[in-house]
Write a protein that binds this ligand. Structure first.
Ligand code: ZN
Length: 146
């Protein structure tokens, strides 16, 4: 677990300092907003979905290190995935973050299992993923982790 913890901290800091896919996406056809009142994290997600495949994903907003890193890791990992694959990944992440066990096949996202050690941060880590679900399901109202 020590390795995972180190990797977790390294990866979170890396993606917090240099978020991937940050910014708006002009050609987005799915968007959703998420809010985590517990921490104050806000994320807006922009997706370009064509033929059931997520062609592009970007996000903006203001969040803590974990919320930002999780959104960054998420946008990176869902690009090129089908909508149902992205939703399966979401379920997997949710189990890792709340249960602490790594999925074994989630690649770089495995580090999110490290959040399990910080229960007050679970909602920070899952915010982007709740927002992804709302975007894919075309939920117009902002989603809250509460
Ligand atoms: Zn947070």
């Amino acid at each position: 677990m020590t390795d995972l913890r180190e990797l977790y901290q390294e990866t979170i800091l890396d993606h917090y300092r240099q978020p991937r896919n940050a910014g708006r996406l002009a050609e987005a056809n799915r968007t959703a907003e998420g809010f985590n009142p517990l921490c104050g994290d806000r994320v807006k997600l922009y997706l370009k979905v064509e033929d059931g495949v997520i062609r592009d994903a970007r996000f903006d907003g203001t969040g803590c290190a974990i919320a930002t890193a999780s959104a960054s890791l998420m946008t990176e990992s869902i690009k090129g995935k089908r909508e149902d694959e992205a939703l399966q990944l979401l379920e997997k992440i949710h189990r890792m973050v709340t249960g602490g066990a790594t999925a074994g096949d989630a690649g770089k996202l495995e580090v999110l299992a490290g959040v399990h050690e910080f229960p007050e941060r679970v909602k920070c880590a899952t915010l982007a993923w709740h927002t992804l679900k709302a975007a894919l399901e075309n939920v117009a109202a902002p989603v809250s982790t509460q």
